[in-house]
Design a protein around this ligand. Structure first.
Ligand code: FMN
Length: 346
């Protein structure tokens, strides 16, 4: 009830400032045990009937937070308090990165969308893995943590596989599954790594290191042509890829109405997320699911705001769903709302 008012206030601030104030506020609230209990009672979905095992991991519920929200794994307890079944941290790169110059995150409120060109700003592997190790040492929470990994901007594509391997080694002990991110539009040339030979190299090297059989997934762009999707489907029967995340943000501005296309022109480069992405990412998901004939699970990401949106992803073949932009527009009750809806419809 109160979130629309809070959102109006937050939307008066620049998006990154609003993000950091909200997370710090949540952190303060969670540090008071009474308040933490109240918030958990308000936002968590208490029934256990949504627990789901996927790529060998038991997820407390199928609603996760997409990569890029808690890039530095700094707010996991707070996000768990809000009811997420899993959180994908990162994208983590071996060395710390400042990302692109601000402004780099923009709202398009009348279509419930965002455009971002963050550029993998993160504190880097060493700090993030230490934070996760410290958390693990004092906390046995059931929250599932995914490690979304990428390459540094300065790393040439030909050496990118080494960055993925460095990240893998540094995070292996502290995350439950990995996601290879080659689909962000904000690191120059990164999306070229979605081509078959590059993926084969990255996954072969990672699986070579993967003595404990950690699930390693691939996150894909929604802008790939059918032929590229077919290549990826074929690759999954050639090399061990444990699942897919479909999809990342899009560079396609035709999903916006005419007025917002003008606005987007002024904003410039970046990935579009939120409601306009819903159908496009579901189409990719459906195509992949049919091509894979259910061989490996798919996590849906893109435009999920409601239980009906989540259900449309599950009907298209998703095993789990992730939200990001929906969290900004709908507020913290989004997780419970989606869980409630899924528990009555699945
Ligand atoms: C500001 C912002 C930063 C993001 N950063 C990352 C990232 O670092 N790595 C990644 O794989 N995806 C990143 N994403 C993409 C989201 O994880 C998600 O796949 C995408 O936004 C589509 O979902 P949505 O429509 O629910 O937002 C980012 C999205 C936004 C809006």
């Amino acid at each position: 009830m109160w979130y629309p008012i809070a959102r109006n206030l937050l939307f008066m601030l620049p998006p990154e400032t609003a993000h950091s104030i909200s997370m710090q506020g949540l952190h303060q609230a969670a540090s008071i045990p009474f308040l933490k209990k109240q918030l958990a009672a308000q936002f968590q979905y208490p029934e256990k009937n949504l627990a789901k095992t996927c790529f060998g991991i038991k997820f407390p519920n199928p609603v996760g937070l997409g990569a890029g929200f808690d890039k530095n794994a700094a707010y996991l307890d707070e996000l768990e308090m809000l009811g997420f079944g899993f959180v994908e941290i990162g994208t983590v790169t071996p060395k710390p990165q400042a990302g692109n110059a601000a402004p780099r995150l923009f709202r398009i409120p009348d279509q419930k969308a965002l455009i971002n060109r963050m550029g993998f700003n993160n504190e880097g592997l060493d700090i993030i893995s230490k934070r996760l190790k410290d958390r693990k040492a004092k906390n046995n929470s059931p929250l599932i943590i995914g490690g979304n990994i990428g390459k540094n901007k300065v790393t040439e594509n030909s050496a990118a596989w080494m960055d993925y391997c460095t990240n893998f080694k540094g995070l292996e002990e502290v995350v439950d599954y990995f996601v290879v991110n080659v689909s962000s539009p904000n690191t120059p040339g990164l999306r070229e790594l979605q081509e078959k030979e590059s993926l084969r190299k990255i996954f072969a090297e990672l699986q070579n290191l993967n003595k404990n059989n950690k699930p390693i997934l691939l996150k894909m762009a929604p802008d790939l042509e059918r032929a590229a999707l077919d290549d990826i489907i074929a690759l999954t029967s050639e090399i061990k890829i444990d699942g897919l995340v479909a999809t990342n943000t899009t560079i396609d501005r035709s999903l916006l109405n005419a007025l917002n296309q003008e606005k987007a022109k002024k904003i410039g480069a970046g990935g579009l997320s939120g409601q306009p992405l819903l159908e496009k990412s579901t189409e990719v998901l459906k195509y992949l699911h049919q091509g894979l004939a259910g061989r490996i699970p798919i996590i849906a990401s893109g435009g999920i705001f409601t239980g009906a949106d989540a259900l449309s992803k599950i009907n298209a073949g998703a095993s789990l769903v992730q939200i990001w932009t929906g969290f900004i527009y709908e507020g913290p009750s989004i997780v419970k709302n989606i869980c409630q809806s899924l528990s009555t419809h699945t």
